[in-house]
Design a protein around this ligand. Sequence first.
Ligand SMILES: Nc1ncnc2c1ncn2[C@@H]1O[C@H](COP(=O)(O)OP(=O)(O)OP(=O)(O)O)[C@@H](O)[C@H]1O
Ligand SMILES: [Mg+2]
Length: 372
Amino acid sequence: MSKIQLSHIDKFYGENHVLRDVNLTIEDGDFMTLLGPSGCGKTTTTMTIDDKMVIDADKAFFEAPSKRGLNLVFQSYALWPHMTVFENVAFGLKIKKMKKEEIEETVMRALKTMRIEEYRGRYPNELSGGQQQRVAIARAIASSPKLLLLDEPLSNLDARLRIDMRAELKRLHKETGTTIIYVTHDQVEALTMSTKIALFKEGEISQIDTPLGLYTNPIDLQAADFIGNPRINFIEAKGAFDGDALRVKSAFGEYVFPHETLKLDEEIPQGREFDCVLGLRPEMVDIYTGDPHHKNTVAAQVYANQPAGSETLVTLTVGDTEFLAIQTGLVEYDMNQNVFVVLHPGRMNVYNKETGRLIKYAKTKHKAGIDD
Ligand SMILES: Nc1ncnc2c1ncn2[C@@H]1O[C@H](COP(=O)(O)OP(=O)(O)OP(=O)(O)O)[C@@H](O)[C@H]1O
Ligand SMILES: [Mg+2]
């Protein structure tokens, strides 16, 4: 399959401008996730991939396996009500004139992958919403499509099953090399499975990046706020240029960020102080009860402590500035306990508060040194 290219797509519903200059390239073999809140234009974008084909969902299914090697699971996954689970999944293969034994084997493999082999004889109205959803995915993957379009395919599943299905879809992508276009508003799904994520904001794509790139350096405050759970801490700060470097003062003290960490394609006021925002992920905060004698140590106080088994959420204050930290495992702190936090300025983002744009890149923890 060659790549799919959407160039300068604009779409209106009446007065409503729902897609604004959407540009997106999907390369062969990508697992491209369209991510964004409800109503931002994800489904509309997928419809522009082939307008002719998606006018009629049922027709698309009929045409897809044989004619185009494209397969689709729609947000509303219409199964054929008069066919059993097995027949629903087998249908496209019969059209392809696959041999009976081969159909049996292929269908059962797809049902097994989706953990629904025991329902093979049931009709769709005898299945739960989540089971129907899995039949729709099984039907789509059974025909080994070159392109798989999955629009919120896991939305009806419980948390446990969702984790299993994420693992299966990820394996499927690796094993088959199928190009997958995946639509979700769930950032965990996007981060865990994709090779690339297109982040949508009100009809526009604000960032296209790898999961790690998007998580580490969200392009603006809105993207930073959307990606990550619990959410990133935003710390009010003042910035000013000092030669090529950026000096940032906040409740944590003063950091000087060298030129090579800055993103200077932005209208930044030169020669005077400007408002900026530090982006600090909760897992980047290390808490110590004794002074760790690290250069980036700040005295802090525990405001609240939420042990939750595998991790502990700790709300901290430094002066009037409040922020959240995550520690691995169960950690107990007293309310108002005085502690030390080690922060890693190299792993923080800096945003221009006025424009909301990223102006200083964070290093990934992986790439950062112990002092960063
Ligand atoms: N047929 C339609 N007529 C008028 N407006 C529409 C139509 N379909 C979608 N819209 C509007 O277009 C915008 C984008 O819708 P779209 O379905 O692409 O969102 P989405 O990102 O897929 O959301 P969700 O996560 O809820 O599925 C929304 O504001 C929606 O109300
Ligand atoms: Mg949608």
